[in-house]
Design a protein around this ligand. Structure first.
Ligand code: FAD
Length: 332
């Protein structure tokens, strides 16, 4: 493999209902820095139906070039069709780095592409850098339960690939009118070439804020006693316009669905404010929320480990304190 044939940093641009996912804009910000350090172009890859019009937004957030696969076959995300498009793009344009959001789509696509190329993939990264002269991507992520940061290198293959957690990188300020180069690609892919069909998309009947995009998260633990007690978290979250999070024990008790679980085996979140209510503060929970801007813990046990990982701690009964907070915030 001749590494000199591979140039440029790419971001896979994730799109849903005609809107670019916030994490893709964040990755354009991160990708810009890597591309500048290397002196190469930053590219965005958009795959979908009626997505060409998104290119202008991708330039305005930092890309120099946009590769588009715009066809009805790409209407819904399917691993196989998207993977084939991306593989085709890699073969034609040979990027040295590809970044994906660590979302369900990004993780699925990145692992499929990595297997087929083949190349390495660093999952769930939180820090990115690149060696200026060699182009080696330094992709770092928490390891061993969040106790160390591991920097993972892909020395033998190109492109080097990483999925990056949402809300860790910063999007650039949008630069209206910033332009770039559009590369329209076509793949002669037929419906019968794709083994899966999307029969129906059932949207979750919720207008609630998504946990990985929320600025405020109200997370509850087993200390809330029951599914009824856990409703306090929903009430406070609604009052503040935030999302609801939970510990694993709460999810296992069936008080809320798994995608609300924060921690090692749930999601990693970095909201501006994180309330931990009736959560003891097990390391597996802490690794998922410790980078939040402001952590406020409410626990009736003054020795609960959560108090070692919070900025403000309130020792007391959640059933007395949370209703008071709700009252106060409603009056702000
Ligand atoms: P508890 O530990 O039971 O804590 C309840 C807390 O509520 C206590 O501190 C208590 O003092 C307090 N309390 C009780 N009553 C009140 C009240 N009225 N008012 C205020 N406070 C009150 N956990 C996660 O959360 N996320 C993960 O992703 C995760 N992954 C894991 C992976 C592995 C491999 C393993 C082994 C474990 C994992 N866990 C995870 C589980 C984790 O170890 C803990 O068991 C779990 O986080 C505890 O949940 P909790 O804090 O809700 O419950």
């Amino acid at each position: 493999m001749n590494f000199e044939d591979y140039r440029g940093v790419w971001v896979f641009i994730e799109e849903t209902d005609g809107k670019i996912a916030p994490v893709s804009l964040e990755l354009l910000g991160a990708g810009r820095k890597l591309a500048d350090k290397r002196g190469v172009e930053l590219g965005g890859v958009i795959i979908g139906e009626n997505v060409k019009r998104l290119a202008s937004e991708v330039y305005e957030y930092g890309a120099d070039v946009v590769y588009v696969y715009d066809a009805p076959i790409f209407k819904d995300y399917r691993t196989e069709s998207f993977m084939k498009a991306l593989l085709d793009c890699c073969e034609k344009h040979k990027p040295e780095i590809i970044l994906y959001g660590a979302t369900s789509t990004g993780k699925d696509l990145a692992s499929a592409v990595a297997t087929d190329l083949p190349t390495g993939l660093t999952a769930d990264t939180t820090e990115l850098d690149v060696e200026e002269d060699t182009g080696l991507l330094l992709a770092s992520r928490p390891a061993f339960g969040g106790n160390i940061m591991a920097t993972i290198l892909c020395k033998k293959y190109r492109p080097q690939m990483a999925t990056v957690r949402p809300k860790v990188m910063k999007a650039l300020t949008r630069e209206p009118g910033r332009n770039g180069k559009l590369v329209e690609e076509h793949l002669p892919l037929k419906e019968e070439d794709v083994r899966t069909k999307v029969l129906e998309i059932v949207r979750m009947a919720t207008k609630k804020v998504k946990i990985d995009e929320a600025d405020i998260i109200v997370a509850g633990g087993k200390g809330l006693g029951s599914s009824d007690g856990f409703q306090l978290c929903h009430e406070l979250a609604e009052t503040l316009g935030g999302a609801v999070g939970a510990s694993r024990d709460v999810v296992e008790a069936g008080w809320i669905e798994h995608h609300h679980q924060v921690g090692q085996t749930g999601v990693t979140v970095t909201p501006k404010i994180y309330f931990a209510i009736g959560i003891s503060g097990a390391i597996q929970h802490i690794v998922g929320m410790k980078n939040s801007g402001l952590i406020i813990a409410i626990n009736k046990d003054p020795d609960a480990p959560i108090f070692e990982s919070c900025h403000y701690g309130i020792v007391g009964d959640a059933f007395e304190i949370v209703p008071m907070l709700i009252d106060q915030f409603k009056n702000v």
